[in-house]
Ligand binder design. Structure first.
Ligand SMILES: C[S@@+](CC[C@H](N)C(=O)[O-])C[C@H]1O[C@@H](n2cnc3c(N)ncnc32)[C@H](O)[C@@H]1O
Length: 341
């Protein structure tokens, strides 16, 4: 039984006055709805079954009809907000969208063009979640530290236009190869700009693309000098001090702010670092740079990560060091969500 048929049958019960007849008919409709054994997605009708169970457990006909009207609305009307395509009338169907501030992401998504080979990349689930939550189809996403192209691959999958900036030629080449491998079912545009995000004129870039502004900015900078990406002086992983790192990061925020649409979101993915026996709160210091520029903090997300391959072999050694040295081993990084006022 399809959606339209269910709607017609349910609607016919709006004028029913006998509670027993009403319940019998609803039970009958419920038995004909195909059950989906997997997690709900945007298209399946499992939510109707849940709704009908609620209707059937109602103690009065009035209450049952109140729920019935809600189900009819969920079957026909689309209710979205200004920043994404999530149909709030069917919010239960979006089990794939995380709403908790603790992200325990299991295996890296290695499907399609995602391969995880670039050292220092993020799991595709991060841009996937951010794009679904903070953009609509055909919106524009900017990633100021493109790396291997993860964000733009997700843009292609989800039907958003994407622009990525990457400083290093060889990484630009790698990103292009990766992005080209992914299909483009929604025929969106992806652009890679080879350059230094601290000095790019984003206003000029966006004019070239013939659009007014970006609806989401994702920033996944080097975690200062933890991984050295190159010897290039403009590379944020080569900044000599934390102060210099934060200054350069802040300049990028200054550059993107005029091209981020008002009310839209900026996400920063970053971790802390440990140096000379001291935990450096690099992530919070970086967060402060964005707050200093008038953004509103919407969430601080803690995301788990697995040991890097190197550390995995030295697991026992690190455990010993932690016990002896009074510190904890890094198992998380942060995703800060900001809204441009
Ligand atoms: C943490 S990685 C980003 C990885 C990316 N999210 C991915 O999934 O592959 C940071 C990237 O920023 C680049 N980078 C460093 N300084 C930069 C700058 N000033 N402008 C643009 N890119 C820069 C590095 O070369 C590196 O590829």
């Amino acid at each position: 039984m399809n959606k339209e048929k269910i709607y017609i049958l349910l609607e016919s019960q709006i004028d029913e006055t006998d509670f027993n007849n009403f319940k019998k008919t609803i039970e009958n409709i419920r038995s004909k709805i195909p059950q989906n054994k997997k997690a709900p997605n945007q298209n399946d009708l499992s939510f109707v079954i849940e709704d009908l169970d609620q209707i059937l457990s109602s103690k009065t006909l009035d209450r049952a009809k109140y729920y019935l009207k809600r189900t009819l609305k969920a079957l026909t009307k689309v209710k979205t907000n200004k920043i994404n395509d999530i149909n709030l009338n069917r919010w239960k169907n979006y089990q794939d969208i995380i709403t908790d501030s603790l992200w325990l992401i299991g295996k890296r998504d290695k499907t399609g063009a995602h391969n995880g080979a670039y050292w220092g990349n993020f799991v595709p689930q991060i841009p996937n979640q951010l794009i679904k939550r903070y953009t609509k189809k055909n919106d524009w996403v900017l990633d100021t530290f493109l790396g291997s192209g993860t964000t733009l691959i997700e843009c292609k999958r989800l039907g958003r236009n994407g622009v990525g900036v990457e400083l290093l030629s060889k990484v630009v080449k790698l990103a292009k190869e990766n992005i080209d491998k992914e299909n483009n079912p929604y025929e969106i545009k992806t652009e890679i700009i080879k350059g230094d995000s601290t000095s790019i004129n984003f206003k000029e870039e966006i004019e070239k693309l013939k659009t007014k502004n970006f609806q989401l900015v994702i920033m996944h900078p080097p975690y200062w000098d933890i991984i050295k990406f190159s010897k290039n002086k403009k590379d944020l992983s080569n900044t000599k001090t934390q102060k210099e790192f934060l200054k350069n990061f802040g300049e990028i925020v200054d550059g993107v702010t005029p091209v981020l649409q008002k009310g839209r979101y900026l996400a920063v993915v970053i971790g802390d670092k440990y140096s000379n026996g001291e935990w450096i709160p690099l992530a919070f210091n970086t967060m402060q740079e964005v707050l200093n520029r008038g953004y509103k903090l919407k969430s601080t997300i803690v995301k788990n990560f697995d040991e890097t391959k190197g550390k995995m072999k030295q697991k026992e050694l690190w455990r010993y060091r932690a016990l002896a040295g009074g510190f904890y081993i890094f198992k998380h990084e942060y995703i800060f969500i900001f809204q441009k006022p």
